[in-house]
Design a protein. Structure first.
Length: 293
């Protein structure tokens, strides 16, 4: 069977795209490996109508709504390769199955690489975050630590200081020039020059000199890459961003390969659930229009 659109990735962007397509009565196959990027978080914030709701609940509700459409097919599997061209794409899963589609849409999300600091990964999504719009309010204007991971950390610290008294922990990942120092001083942001030994407790940062700094929460900008290299197997171009690499798309969300689209965190910055859903809805509509025109 040939589907109108094969969507690789059943997260929020992928499901938003699927919804537009099945409502146009197009045949849609979603192939999903079940690894949502925000699976570490207990609640989602900043998404209108779903503020404070567990992100898994949002995903489950969306999937149940999609299942009611007769042209919708869901396949729990990992897509491994994508080949072919417009109107004749071939997607293979790791279990050996082959699926044909006229269009393909990558909504694979990203994988995040955190600085190699003991204890940081265990707190990711719980007391260590990347987006203050998603998690800053819940810190109740407490002390906030920003762990530097590169040049973007300066911008992150300046923004995060809106949510509480902020300390930028350089950790040998960022050098401040005079302009940067002045910008931090204007926002009353403290700077810690000593390297980090570990993160302990809720959000306590133990420095290599033995000093411990306690925070209500931590923010860090991870390095992000597409969660799977499948778009590259099709020949899709990648873009470099300050946060890592993503799939290049034009304004219609089409990649550098005709007939192949991409949406969500893997194809835009900045990243949030709200923006991923909006991007997916637009990509789904554009993929549909490409079938019409």
């Amino acid at each position: 069977m040939q589907h109108d659109v094969i969507i690789i990735g059943g997260g929020y962007a992928g499901m938003a795209a699927a919804l537009q397509l099945v409502r146009a009565r197009r045949s849609v196959l979603v192939i999903d490996a079940g690894q949502r990027r925000n699976r570490f978080a207990d609640s989602s914030h900043g998404f209108l109508g779903q503020d404070g709701v567990n992100p898994a609940e949002i995903a489950d509700t969306a999937r149940a709504q999609l299942a009611k459409y007769p042209t919708m097919t869901w396949r729990s599997a990992e897509a491994q390769t994508a080949e072919g061209e417009k109107d004749a794409f071939d997607v293979r899963t790791t279990d050996g199955d082959a699926h044909l589609g006229r269009r393909i849409l990558f909504a694979t999300g990203l994988s995040d690489t955190l600085p190699p600091i003991d204890g940081l990964g265990e707190r990711w999504g719980k007391s260590a975050f990347h987006c203050p719009y998603c998690h800053g309010y819940e810190l109740n204007e407490g002390r906030i630590g920003v762990i530097a991971s590169g040049p973007m950390s300066l911008h992150q610290a300046l923004i995060v200081s809106e949510w509480g008294a902020t300390t930028l922990l350089l950790n040998s990942a960022l050098t401040l020039d005079e302009e940067a120092k002045a910008a931090l001083a204007r926002r009353d942001i403290s700077v810690a020059h000593t390297n980090i030994a570990a993160v302990t407790g809720n959000a306590d940062v133990r420095l290599v000199d033995g000093q411990t700094l306690s925070f209500a929460g931590l923010f860090v900008a991870p390095h992000s890459e597409p969660a799977t290299p499948i778009a590259q197997t099709l020949g899709c171009k990648l873009d470099e961003t300050p946060m890592g690499r993503q799939i290049y798309t034009d304004l219609s969300k089409e990649t550098s390969v005709a007939g192949a689209f991409a949406c969500g965190d893997v194809a835009r910055v900045p990243h949030s659930l709200s923006l991923a859903v909006a991007d997916g809805a637009w990509a789904g509509a554009q993929a549909h229009q490409s079938l019409v025109f």
